[in-house]
Design a protein around this ligand. Structure first.
Ligand SMILES: O=c1nc[nH]c2c1ncn2[C@H]1C[C@H](O)[C@@H](COP(=O)(O)OP(=O)(O)OP(=O)(O)O)O1
Ligand SMILES: [Mg+2]
Length: 197
């Protein structure tokens, strides 16, 4: 099977990517498989900058074409927070603490003002190609408490109005059809067979 290398150490993302890439005929390989000790500091101020940083760093380490994902949650009532700092909002990669912080900050904010979106920048980089980025979003509303146990990150507090449930109540396949990550990959999909040979 053809392989696609993803510059991530997030197991939840890896699961999302497997659901999205398996139907396209690709096996997903992550940094756990190819560069477990590589640390990439996310110094960018936008999702695109961080995605490019991760993709280009791993691509030059491996000498291979790599895709990276930088993503997060933007809450309107919080002026777009936690945004690019989503993973380190309350504690470093502490999904539980990050969720508590968002819920606390939105205490007293009515449902009509709890709108938010997930954002995903994907970057593809590697030898003999020009680095390219695509961007996908998914609109939702922040819940008052966690609902559902699937997924990762902020999924349990992200209500998807069009489906009437939280992101954490969806299977990876269902999530991929509507998610920011799925929407970003669909923008890249046409070109992938030419790039990833
Ligand atoms: O579909 C999602 N469902 C729920 N939460 C999500 C999603 N997508 C991103 N998020 C949150 C998780 C993390 O708090 C941050 C990503 O941060 P981000 O730096 O891109 O990923 P990461 O550090 O976990 O893994 P890595 O950089 O190795 O890919 O946004
Ligand atoms: Mg990260």
């Amino acid at each position: 099977m053809k392989q696609v290398v993803i510059a991530t150490k997030n197991k939840g993302k890896a699961k999302d990517f497997e659901a999205l890439f398996t139907p396209l005929g690709f096996e997903v390989v992550t940094m756990f498989d190819v560069a477990p000790n590589l640390e990439i500091e996310e110094t960018g101020t936008t999702f695109e900058e961080n995605a490019i940083l991760k993709a280009e760093t791993l691509a030059s380490t491996l000498g291979k074409i790599v895709i990276a994902d930088d993503s997060g949650l933007a809450v309107d009532a919080l002026g777009g927070e936690p945004g690019v700092y989503s993973a380190r909002y309350a504690g470093d990669h502490d999904d539980g603490a990050n969720i508590v912080k968002v819920i606390e900050k939105l205490r007293g904010v009515p449902d009509s003002e709890r709108t938010a979106r997930f954002c995903c920048a994907l970057a593809i980089a590697g030898p003999n190609i020009e680095t390219k980025t695509v961007f996908g979003t998914c609109e939702g509303v922040i819940l008052h408490e966690k609902q559902g146990t699937n997924g990762f990150g902020y999924d349990p507090i992200f209500f998807v109005p069009s489906l009437g449930c939280s992101m954490a109540e969806l299977t990876p396949d269902e999530k991929g059809k509507i998610s920011h990550r799925g929407n970003a990959i669909r923008k890249l999909a046409m070109e992938l067979p030419n790039i990833l040979k």
